[in-house]
Design a binder for this molecule. Structure first.
Ligand SMILES: NC(=O)c1ccc[n+]([C@@H]2O[C@H](COP(=O)([O-])OP(=O)(O)OC[C@H]3O[C@@H](n4cnc5c(N)ncnc54)[C@H](OP(=O)(O)O)[C@@H]3O)[C@@H](O)[C@H]2O)c1
Length: 282
């Protein structure tokens, strides 16, 4: 049966592109809808296999629907979809702000959550798979097979999703910021070398380090290989040890707090139309 993506912003479009470009192509028809027509028609121009339609049309044609809108737009979409959804549908949210028990209370169908990441753009990285109320083993097997074409799958309980989301979904942005700050610090110390050169040096080093596990050098082994006790790398690591645990604790404390704020702002009652829009986050 057809698969539908409601919302073709950053994540919806990325998932459509990744799945339609996967080495093992998706057999099912793929449909997408979006509030403003431009993004959708641009995507349909690139991917001739993609069918564009309205939210209601997707609910009628697709048995699996991915909700790729921001959390505060979710209630409005559910109000449109709910009368058309049946127990034959599988509705999959991609947001941690959308709580599965609330989603399931608003619709009569099976539910699940997946947390994708920008890594799927190149068919890498991890997708978190979270079973929801009424989801069946067949639903989870289907999602594992579908998203396994473009990522590794890690199944997790919804109550454990925040820290894992910080790693797999927010992670690429966190790493980019880490690398940028590193290049800027190196440039401050040696302004004779252009910042663009330091960015190149940092990212090439990250690329090489990320490939080392293929040669059997990973994690603690990597630290041991590079860090000679009493040497400069060792000294630098001591400096990092003094600040990094607190930094990551603070990063995750802030994402958890923001998720709580957004959850408090989102009502999934299908009577409610989300008028406000705010940056939705994973
Ligand atoms: N960005 C990430 O890395 C990431 C990772 C994992 C999960 N997520 C989650 O993914 C969700 C979407 O994030 P995003 O970054 O992709 O947001 P985004 O770029 O703003 O995309 C949301 C899309 O939803 C469309 N939309 C809004 N209301 C709609 C409606 N009633 N019917 C159909 N389409 C509608 C918007 O259309 P318009 O063109 O009119 O704005 C927009 O294209 C969020 O819940 C976020 O938490 C994001």
């Amino acid at each position: 049966m057809a698969i539908g993506f409601i919302g073709t912003g950053r994540m919806g479009a990325m998932l459509v592109r990744a799945l339609l470009g996967a080495d093992r192509p998706v057999d099912e028809d793929v449909w997408a809808s979006n509030r403003s027509p431009e993004k959708l028609s641009e995507l349909a121009t690139i991917h001739h296999r993609l069918h564009a339609g309205s939210n209601e049309e997707l609910a009628r044609r697709c048995r699996t629907l991915f909700l790729c809108v921001r959390p505060l737009d979710t209630a409005g979409v559910l109000a449109q979809l709910a009368p058309l959804l049946t127990p034959d549908h599988l509705l999959v949210t991609i947001s941690n702000v959308v709580e599965l028990n609330q989603l399931a209370a608003a619709v009569p169908c099976r539910t699940a959550k997946v947390i994708p990441s920008i890594g799927q753009y190149i068919r890498r990285g991890v997708t978190l798979l979270i079973p929801g109320p009424r989801s069946t083993p067949a639903d989870l097997a289907f999602l594992r097979d579908l998203l396994g074409r473009v990522s590794r799958i890690y199944e997790i309980d919804e109550s454990h999703a925040r820290a894992a989301t910080d790693v797999v979904s927010c992670g690429p942005a966190f790493l980019a910021r880490f690398c940028q700050a590193w290049a800027e610090a190196a440039h401050r110390m040696q302004p004779g070398i252009p910042i663009a050169d330091f960015e190149f040096l940092v990212w090439e080093t990250v690329r090489a380090a990320s490939e080392l596990p293929r040669a059997g050098i990973a994690g603690k082994e990597l630290l041991e290989e590079v860090s000679t006790p009493g040497g400069m790398t060792y000294e630098g690591l001591q400096a990092m040890d003094a600040v990094l645990p607190a930094m990551w604790n603070e990063v995750m404390r802030r994402t958890t707090e923001r998720e709580r704020e957004l959850k408090a702002a989102v009502s999934l009652s299908t009577d409610a139309r989300a008028g406000a829009t705010a940056p939705g986050t994973s």
